[in-house]
Design a protein around this ligand. Structure first.
Ligand code: SF4
Length: 463
């Protein structure tokens, strides 16, 4: 080993770094014989009036106001864990003497939860999500207008092959830093996910998030439809709605139309499983809506009956009139019905991907904050200590430990790093009153005023 190499001790990899080179994670470098953190410490500067922390009118946003907030981005890590966090800063906020402890935590126990606003079927629940052929997570539940993915987690990072861990870590890092990641879902679609952007599913950018399920859409627009049409069927992968049979149609005294759709009837006017999953109308595999009509009862229906079939986003619709043989024939849609279809689309929100980082800070990371780690956990549970991730307010899960979740869109860009163990490096800050920090056994001898860390080398981000 060359005498000139420096040994970085900021993570378990313990790189030897030659002069002028950086370590395996590109976060630390040997600069003229000195180990330096390559990214500047990031400070968020707010605008507007100062809101006292824990004050009566406090709205939960600890970095609101014009005071600088020292994030953990670029702060560096401490390893092994008993060393105090890199920055423990104090500042007065009105009359409150506040402490913020910042550190870049090395998270082996972490992942992301992804919400994808789409009607389209992307894959079955529990289907494996892959990047470059490696499993990095799975499909979770379908929510109201969205599909959920769970990606990463300790099993993918450490429990599989070396390639699985590396690819998982790379994908998590890119997603958390708001970059695009292309994924393949087993027996499902190819999808490009990027926080704050529309998902691209099998090469097509998604546009709209549904206004509601088929049944809800019937309820919302029944009164507007009733004067202009005899039947409306809203095609939906989950709950297809049939207007005249639905409670909304009944309350509007609509005449039964005698049109029965495929699938399983849940309650009047609400049908499950009218077709297979897919990327067609309302998340079904339907491209021709008439294929979900099971029968038209000639004793109830009548020639000239006006039928509108429409998807949950209003993007697809077709209008028919029954001929003398009770067969639906395509017809010119009346202007009022076209306007309602456009209104449904207008009521849909833009389709986006949301990426929430989720990690467990309940382990050894706490020792960098206090000599009595459980004191920090209790202080967080008692709402005396606020947890932020790169300045973004974190949601702390109930139960044991400090399992925190935060939206990557609320953080400055490039807030995350990695180490090749593999693990994600995520910024985490704990803010509390000085008295509460002392009471939990905090490293009081390491507290320094915020003015000491506000150097010209700092990266400033305005909020
Ligand atoms: S991977 Fe990065 S943090 Fe870990 S020892 Fe190497 S340079 Fe230091």
């Amino acid at each position: 080993m060359s005498e000139e190499k420096l040994r970085c001790d900021a993570c378990p990899v313990m790189c030897y770094i030659a002069p002028g080179r950086s370590g395996a994670c590109d976060r630390y470098a040997n600069h003229d014989g000195e180990l330096v953190r390559l990214d500047p410490l990031t400070v968020i500067e707010g605008g507007g009036p100062v809101v006292p922390f824990l004050g009566r009118d406090w709205n939960g946003d600890i970095i609101q106001g014009d005071r600088p907030f020292v994030t953990a981005i670029g702060a560096g890590t401490t390893y092994p864990d008993y060393k105090p966090a890199p920055f423990i800063v104090s500042q007065m906020v009105d009359d409150a003497d506040m402490i913020t402890v910042v550190t870049e935590g090395i998270f082996s126990y972490c992942g992301v939860k992804v919400k994808i606003d789409t009607d389209r079927h992307i894959g079955a629940e529990c289907a494996i999500v892959r990047v470059k052929g490696e499993p990095i997570g799975h499909v979770m539940t379908g929510e109201y207008g969205s599909k959920m993915l769970s990606l990463g987690g300790v099993d993918h990072l450490t429990g599989g092959s070396k390639a699985e861990g590396r690819v998982t870590c790379d994908a998590l890092l890119a997603l958390c830093n708001r970059e695009a990641v292309e994924m393949q879902i087993d027996d499902g679609v190819n999808i490009v996910v990027q926080a704050g952007q529309a998902p691209i599913i099998d090469g097509v950018a998604e546009k709209l998030m549904r206004v509601g399920c088929g049944s809800a859409t019937i309820g919302m627009f029944a009164k507007q439809w009733a004067p202009h049409v005899d039947e409306v069927i809203v095609v939906d992968d989950h709950i297809t709605g049939v207007l005249t049979e639905h409670e909304a149609g009944k309350q509007l005294d609509m005449r039964p139309a005698g049109i029965r759709v495929t699938g399983r009837r849940s309650t009047p006017g609400r049908y499950f499983q009218v077709a297979g999953h897919g990327t067609g109308w309302g998340g079904t595999d339907v491209t021709d809506p008439l294929t979900i009509i099971k029968k038209i009862d000639p004793k109830i229906a009548w020639p000239g009956l006006r039928l509108l079939m429409i998807s949950t986003t209003g993007e697809q619709w077709e209008y028919f009139v029954l001929d003398a043989d009770f067969t639906p024939q395509p017809a010119e849609i009346p202007d009022p019905l076209r306007a309602i279809a456009e209104r449904i689309a207008d009521n849909c929100e833009p389709s986006l991907c949301s990426v929430l980082f989720m990690g467990g800070a309940g382990g050894s990371l706490r020792a960098g904050v206090t000599e009595n780690p459980v004191g920090l956990t209790r202080s967080v549970k008692d709402a005396l200590t606020r947890v932020t991730v790169g300045g973004a307010v974190g949601y702390v899960w109930p139960g044991g430990g400090i399992t925190v979740m935060a939206d990557v869109m609320d953080m400055p860009s490039n807030a995350f790093g990695y180490v090749p163990t593999p693990a994600l490096v995520a910024p985490i800050e704990f803010t509390m009153k000085r008295a509460d920090y002392a009471a939990m056994g905090g490293h009081m001898d390491r507290v320094r005023p915020v003015s000491e860390v506000l150097t010209p080398a700092i990266r400033r981000v305005r909020r």
